[in-house]
Ligand binder design. Structure first.
Ligand code: ZN
Length: 325
C-alpha cells in the first residue's frame, strides 16, 4: 500500500498545553520494540492525539486541523528495511539510581540559549538539547564550543507536527535536521523528540528508517502555571523528580518560560541535595534496569522500588548506534 492522500497542511500557530505529567501513561511508560507492521498505537494514533502532551508553541510552522488520514506506520508495500526494525518510545527510564535528565527544546536561539549554557556550565550539569535544525544552521555560533558536556537531540528541521506528515516528509524533517546537527555540533543525534510530543504512524516509521528512538518526557516546567510563583515551580520539579525522570524545558519561546530558566540553579542544587545526578538522555537510557551500584535489577524489583516521584518509570534500550542515514 502506498501512502497517498496524506496532505501537508499548514495553518494557525497553536499553543497547546497538555497539562501536568499526571496525564502521562500510568501503565509501564514505554512502548518497546514496536512491530511496525502491527496495528494499535503505530497505525492508530491519528493526529497523535493519544500521545499529545505538548505545551509548546509552534515556532516555525504548525499544522492546522486534521484533514488528512492518519499515516500508516509501514510506508511502503514492501519489503521495507528500516535501519531499526523497532523504535523505542521513552517517557522515563526504569532505574532505581537517582539519575535525572534535563532536556531543552526548540533552540538554539539568541534569546535564552546562551543563558542556559552559562548556567549549565557554571553548575557543571550535562543536558540534552533537542535542536531545531534550521535554527541551528542560522545560529550555529551560539553552540560553538559549548556542547562538549551535552547531548544533541533532533527536534526536526522546522518544528513540524510529524503526526500530520506522510512518511516521506516526516523522514525529511528528521534527516535534514540530523545532517545539520551532526555537521555543526560534531555529535550524531540518536534521539528524536517530535514537536508537541505528537506521534503518528509516520513518526514511528521515519524514526525507524533513520535509526532513531523517540524520547518524550515525564515532567515538564509548568511555566504558565507558576510564572508568578517561581518557588512553587522549583518545588514542583524537585518533588516531582524520581529516578529516571526526563525533564522538559525550553531554551527559547514564550516569555513565561523564563520562570523556569531563571530558576535552574535552585532546581539543580536542590535535586543534587536530594542525591540526584544529572545525565544526558543517552546516559539515562544506559542506566535502564540498573540499581544504585550499576548492577542489573530484576524488573519486579524496579517496579517495587519506592518512588520519590509518582509512577513507575518507562525504559529504553541502550547502546544501539543509529543506522545509516
Ligand atoms: Zn518544540
Amino acid at each position: 500500500m502506498r501512502l497517498s492522500g496524506a496532505m501537508e497542511i499548514t495553518g494557525e500557530v497553536r499553543d497547546e498545553d497538555g497539562g501536568p505529567p499526571g496525564n502521562a501513561p500510568g501503565r509501564r511508560g514505554v512502548v518497546k520494540g514496536l512491530g511496525l507492521a502491527a496495528g494499535g498505537l503505530a497505525a492508530g494514533a491519528a493526529g497523535g492525539a493519544a500521545l499529545t502532551a505538548g505545551g509548546e508553541r509552534s515556532l516555525l510552522a504548525a499544522a492546522g486541523p486534521a484533514r488528512s488520514p492518519a499515516a500508516m506506520a509501514v510506508p511502503v508495500a514492501g519489503p521495507w528495511r528500516p535501519a531499526h526494525g523497532h523504535v523505542d518510545v521513552t517517557w522515563s527510564v526504569d532505574t532505581t539510581r537517582r539519575l535525572v535528565a534535563l532536556t531543552f527544546d526548540d533552540g538554539p536561539m539568541p534569546d535564552w540559549t546562551p543563558m542556559v549554557h552559562d548556567v549549565l556550565d557554571a553548575e557543571r550539569v550535562p543536558a540534552t538539547f533537542f535542536m531545531v535544525g534550521s535554527r541551528l544552521v542560522e545560529h550555529a555560533r551560539l553552540v560553538h564550543g559549548r556542547m562538549d558536556r551535552h547531548e544533541a537531540g533532533n527536534h526536526t528541521w522546522s518544528h513540524r507536527d510529524l503526526s500530520r506528515l506522510p512518511h516521506r516528509k516526516a523522514r525529511e524533517q528528521i534527516r535534514r535536521a540530523h545532517a545539520a546537527i551532526a555537521r555543526i555540533t560534531g555529535k550524531e543525534p540518536r534521539h528524536l523528540r517530535p514537536p508537541f510530543g505528537r506521534l503518528g504512524g509516520s513518526t514511528l516509521s521515519a524514526a525507524g528508517e533513520l535509526g532513531y528512538d523517540i524520547t518524550l518526557w515525564s515532567i515538564k516546567m509548568l511555566e504558565k502555571t507558576y510564572q508568578d510563583d517561581p518557588p512553587k515551580l522549583v518545588d514542583y520539579i524537585v518533588e516531582g523528580t524520581a529516578p529516571g525522570t526526563i525533564v522538559l524545558a525550553h531554551d527559547t519561546g514564550r516569555r513565561d518560560r523564563l520562570v523556569a530558566l531563571r530558576n535552574l540553579v535552585p532546581i539543580i542544587r536542590r535535586l543534587r541535595a536530594r542525591g540526584f545526578e544529572f545525565v544526558t538522555v543517552s546516559e539515562l537510557a544506559e542506566a535502564a534496569g540498573k540499581g544504585p551500584g550499576g548492577e542489573e535489577e530484576p524488573a519486579a524489583q524496579r517496579a517495587a522500588a519506592p518512588p520519590p516521584g509518582r509512577r513507575p518509570a518507562g525504559s529504553a534500550h541502550a547502546g544501539v548506534p543509529p543506522g545509516r542515514r
